[in-house]
Ligand binder design. Structure first.
Ligand code: ZN
Length: 327
């Protein structure tokens, strides 16, 4: 487990300070809900909190030198437990949660805290979420539970309301660009990667490594074919579903936003998360169709974490796209 990389992410510094202060006064919450879009380092922060709680040094924690820190580094600390989606699973299984709860209710091996982390908590099914309730309702003094979920999570209110919520916010564009440049070599189009990543620097790094230019070229080709009705929507949806569907939908949102702004003579904002609200009657039919397509793309993205039928959702989006973009 890498628990030091959190220190190199300046935008989570405030959260770290807040948690360190809580820890040093014995007020670290028993249950923490980290709300974050992908690519802001919530997993790194959870690792850092784990090390903060388990480190055995009295000085600067986590020290990266004590027996606990060394065990964490080699992923073999008996009091640290992490649960995440297995392979291609759509949901976190109730058995994974039962195992975690069992580990957290047994005595600490090293006499300190026991820490459980659930990555992608929006993928807990309702049985798994319910299994947590008792642990959340009757926390033991030496247990810390950290759930990581997207801000639009579907966690039951009974779970979310029992956790202290900590929402991670993306850095400003300038801060993010400066960080990306300082953490990479060679000159790259970080602004484009950052836009596609919705402002999340770690996701921008990943996208750049995956070949953002190739996705961009492929999407432009897809859109041109869609506008000419020269492509089978079912096949195209399958193709999008197989490779980076989430990124493709964000790409589409950005592309539509740029088209809408160009038609209206305004400058697109970097953050596309805010819906543009304009009275429908003021808009030309073509622009209105683009707005409808934008809404549909946002809805597909919003539903992406809910276990919906991706193929059907993408097909419906593409059928809408063919109408909106058709000549
Ligand atoms: Zn240590």
């Amino acid at each position: 487990m890498d628990f030091l990389s959190a220190n190199s992410l300046p935008w989570i510094k405030d959260a770290q300070q807040q948690l360190r202060a809580a820890f040093s006064t014995g007020r670290l919450p028993h249950s923490l809900l980290l709300l974050s879009v992908p690519g802001l380092g919530a997993e790194q922060l959870a690792n850092w909190i784990t090390a903060l709680a388990l480190c055995e040094s009295r000085a600067k924690r986590p020290c990266d030198a004590c027996a606990s820190c060394r065990l964490l580094r080699s992923d073999s600390h008996p009091d640290s437990h992490v649960v995440r989606l297995q392979d291609d699973a759509q949901q976190i299984k109730v058995d994974q949660i039962r195992e975690l709860i069992e580990s957290l209710t047994t005595k600490s091996y090293r006499g300190g805290f026991k820490v459980g982390v659930v990555e992608g908590a929006e993928c807990l099914n309702s049985n798994a979420a319910n299994a947590f309730l008792k642990t959340l309702e009757e926390p033991t003094d030496d247990t810390v539970l950290i759930l990581i979920a997207r801000p639009n999570h579907r966690l039951p209110a009974t779970i979310a309301s029992r956790c202290l919520r900590l929402k991670l916010a993306p850095p400003s564009t300038e801060e993010a660009l400066a960080w990306l440049e300082a953490n990479s070599s060679g000159s790259k189009n970080w602004r484009a990667a950052l836009t596609l990543a919705g402002g999340a620097p770690l996701l921008a790094l990943k996208l750049e490594a995956q070949g953002i230019a190739a996705i961009d070229a492929d999407m432009r080709q897809s859109i041109a074919a869609l506008a000419d009705s020269a492509v089978d929507v079912t096949l195209l949806a399958e193709q999008w579903g197989r490779s980076n569907p989430g990124i493709r939908v964000i790409w589409l949102e950005n592309w539509i936003t740029q088209r809408v702004c160009a038609s209206m003579g305004t400058v697109p904002s970097h953050q596309t998360a805010e819906p543009v609200c304009l009275p429908g009657a003021l808009l030309k039919p073509k622009i209105r169709a683009l707005f409808e397509l934008l809404d549909a793309a946002r809805e597909v993205r919003r539903l992406a974490s809910t276990g919906m039928n991706q193929q059907l959702a993408l097909e419906a989006l593409l059928v809408g796209g063919r109408v909106a973009l058709g000549k």
